[in-house]
Write a protein that binds this ligand. Structure first.
Ligand code: DGJ
Length: 752
């Protein structure tokens, strides 16, 4: 086939450009200096940067044009291996320029770029061409690196921040964009980072869902063009979670749990976000993630900066299972507020499903007494305690204690809870307001809206514009007062709708879209300030279930509520998907009533308990209605859970049998990091006579150690040894006795 015009000397023009700009090709220095706002200084030629952590090496460098080009991302290479400096890929044809074919670390939209740029701007004079070249680097330690890029002529610079975690090899990347142009520039698109993979057959995994059906794992081939994972909702959202994994495999679009190369990542941003997975015209793959460019516009005046969120990304050659273990350990030891050693979550009781809005002092105290008798650590009063809140039609925004329900304030209830040896938690929904509230009557201008346009209500509520300083101060103020005046150990921070009419008319028109950034920044700053002032208070991120779960919010919150759907069978799938991206440590899992209020499924208390014991356990059932037998099952299994909770919530998780796609069986196993304890669970949906539960060959044990098996609930088949080597449990495996509908079993192994 004839190519229209294949250039013989692809670098000639680049060479001319560099000569014109005074860029030297002679050097090798890593620290060519430049001041923002000046012409690019002498850019280095043949610079290579390398970051090593865990089993991973990430390398990139400056190519002959001065662009920052990715060289390698994969298994760790030898310390003495020499990495050649990058050289741009040639033009493929006159339609596919070298600029398009070369994997840049952070590509500006310019020079005829057709694939997803990391940064796109419009200058005051209408120029929209942005070509970023290397200026300088700064290495603060062997795991951290900053690289400054600058446009070839305009005073716009980008500092790329890199940090690799020495334990897991997970890379944290973000960018700071700064303008010193005389007139404001408009940023229309800003990614945290772009990652590149060479041509191969890849399978993309991502998590999708909806309210009451979050975190479903999807896997599909990466095909030519873009696959966009995003939220335009103003928060991370139930629909798609800001996480991805890409496995390299043969033609089958399934990535093995324990084998094969996987690249994965998660965006730390709780506002609208986008991750674009793109197979380009030469089959190379790029992943670009950051602020969602839809309706985005962030002006920078001279001297102003925009910080992007952080995009975390890692690599393993041990399949999806190891990808999630790495990310989950990283989150526990680097992201969570109590990192590196968060304590296992207190076992909570939450009154929502028992009482809904009908909370009273007497009713809550009675539930608290019953909860304490079960071994619960924390009693949480949910929605309904404040303002004129009797249904979801009124009260949000009025954060005073409702005197009809609590005539003497919260103190009597909190004292009662403390006398029962539990701590006290409270539900709030700080960013929302009901039109039927004193707050809205006083400040109708405080909500997100476009003046003169209808204000769309969802669940009878509107969104406060948290980007406004006065709203931010109000929200911080009432929360601080609540926590100062009451002995509250825990806030369940809810958020029950997505954005509509995202106007911010107090600002000039060209600045109003800053709301997408400033809202989330103010949310984070409120959380951060509260944690400093009230260091013993823990916080849960809830958004009608799992609508705001991401590594951004997890920096400020200790746990999340994965779904309002607490049906145990549905939860098996939700929990399975959740654990690909987030640790069990933060995955709250309540046991609620049967038949379930959503899907009317009836299940035994033991089954419900076992499903929730795979996460951070909570009880949300109506304790006034449970039988003595059910109460004693809760008490017994809660006691057993506490003995192994640290292993379950912070150990290495192995998904032995997936519950997805209508599977009649499922199983998980978690091994403590020192391999001294393991806990495994098995579940059946509905068995068919003649089809027994598959033998479970355990994983991750010490093969040479000896482990003792004991039952938490349920039985193994006759003849199963009590004491055997790790090698036995992993190679021979263990057979469970599980038959019937919605049955479960759980066992522990202790190293002798
Ligand atoms: C949605 C949450 O997910 C529920 O657990 C409960 O807190 C309600 N909101 C209260 O309105």
């Amino acid at each position: 086939m004839n190519r229209p015009f294949l250039k013989t000397f692809p670098n000639f023009l680049s060479l001319l450009l560099c000569v014109a700009l005074g860029i030297s090709f002679a050097g090798g220095a890593l620290h060519a200096q430049s001041t923002p706002g000046t012409q690019p200084a002498r850019a280095p030629f043949q610079a290579v940067f390398r970051l090593d952590g865990g089993d991973t090496t990430y390398a990139f460098g400056v190519n002959e044009r001065g662009e920052l080009q990715q060289i390698y991302w994969g298994g760790r290479i030898g310390a003495s291996d020499t990495i050649a400096p990058p050289k741009s890929n040639p033009d493929w044809a006159s339609f596919d320029s070298s600029y398009n074919n070369t994997p840049q670390e952070y590509a500006g939209w310019g020079t005829g770029l057709f694939h997803e740029p990391a940064l796109k701007v419009t200058f005051a004079d209408g120029n929209r061409d942005l070509v970023l070249h290397y200026v300088s680097s700064f290495r603060s330690d062997e795991h951290s690196l900053d690289i400054m890029l600058k446009d070839i002529s305009r005073a716009v610079s980008v500092t790329l921040h890199y940090r690799i975690d020495p334990a897991t090899g997970i890379l944290a990347r973000s960018a700071t964009i700064e303008s010193h142009e005389a007139k404001p520039i408009m940023i229309e698109q800003a990614a945290a980072a772009g990652f590149a993979l060479p041509p191969a057959h890849y399978t993309l995994s991502y998590l999708s869902g909806r309210w009451a059906g979050e975190f479903t794992l999807n896997q599909e081939a990466v095909r030519p063009g873009q696959r966009i994972l995003e939220s335009r909702r103003g928060s991370s959202g139930h629909q798609i979670n800001p996480w991805f994994a890409i496995g390299k495999n043969d033609a089958a679009d399934i990535v093995d749990e324990e084998h094969g190369e996987v690249w994965f990542g998660a965006l730390a941003w709780s506002g609208s976000w986008r991750i674009t997975v793109e197979q380009d015209q030469l089959d190379a793959v790029r992943v670009t993630g950051g602020f969602n460019p839809f309706d985005f516009g962030y002006p920078l005046k001279s001297g102003e900066k925009l910080e992007t969120p952080v995009f975390y990304a890692g690599y393993t050659h041990n399949g999806m299972g190891e990808a999630s273990r790495l990310l989950n350990h990283f989150t526990v030891s680097n992201i969570l507020p109590e990192a590196p050693n968060p304590r296992p979550r207190p076992v909570i009781y939450n009154s929502w499903e028992a009482t809904e809005f009908n909370v009273t002092e007497a009713g809550q105290e009675s539930l608290a007494e019953k909860a304490a008798a079960l071994g619960i650590d924390r009693f949480v009063m949910d929605d309904g305690w404040f303002g004129q809140r009797k249904t979801d039609h009124a009260g949000l925004g009025d954060w005073y204690v409702n005197k009809e329900k609590f005539p003497n304030g919260l103190k009597p209830l909190i004292d009662k809870v403390h006398s029962l040896n539990m701590d006290f938690g409270l539900w709030v929904e700080p960013e929302m307001v009901n039109p039927d509230s004193d707050l809205y009557r006083k400040h109708p201008e405080w909500v997100l809206n476009f003046p003169g346009r209808p204000r769309s209500e969802e669940r009878n509520q509107l969104m406060l514009n948290l980007a406004r300083q006065d709203v931010r101060d109000y929200v911080y103020g009432f929360l601080d007062k609540l926590l100062t005046e009451n002995q509250i150990a825990f806030l369940k921070w809810d958020y029950n709708r997505n954005w509509s009419e995202p106007g911010w008319d107090q600002l000039p028109p060209d600045e109003q879209k800053k709301v997408y950034v400033q809202f989330t920044r103010n949310l984070y700053s409120i959380l951060a300030e509260l944690r400093v002032k009230h260091p013993n208070v823990e916080i849960e991120s809830c958004s009608g279930g799992g609508g705001r779960v991401d590594l951004g919010i997890l920096h400020y919150t200790d746990e999340v509520w994965p779904s309002d759907n607490t049906d145990p069978l549905d939860r098996l799938t939700i929990q399975d998907g959740f654990t690909y991206a987030y640790p069990v440590q933060v995955m709250m899992a309540w046991v609620t009533d049967s038949p379930h209020w959503l899907n009317q499924r009836s299940t035994s208390m033991a089954y419900r308990m076992l499903v929730s014991m795979q996460g951070s356990l909570g009880i949300g059932a109506n304790l006034n209605k449970l039988s003595d037998a059910d109460l004693s099952t809760i008490k017994r299994l809660t006691g057993a859970y506490k003995q192994v909770q640290k292993t379950i919530t912070q150990g290495d998780l192995y998904r032995l049998i997936s519950p997805t796609n209508g599977s009649e069986f499922s199983a998980t196993e978690t091994v403590s990091t020192d391999k001294s304890q393991a806990v495994f669970f098995g579940f059946v949906h509905s068995t068919q006579e003649g089809r027994t539960f598959p033998r479970l060959q355990l994983l991750g044990l010490d093969p040479g150690a000896v482990y003792t098996l004991s039952s938490i609930e349920g039985n193994t088949v006759e003849g199963t040894p009590v004491v055997a080597s790790g090698a036995w449990w992993m190679n021979h495996g263990v057979n469970l006795q599980l038959k019937g509908d919605f049955q479960g079993a759980a066992f522990r192994l202790e190293k002798k």
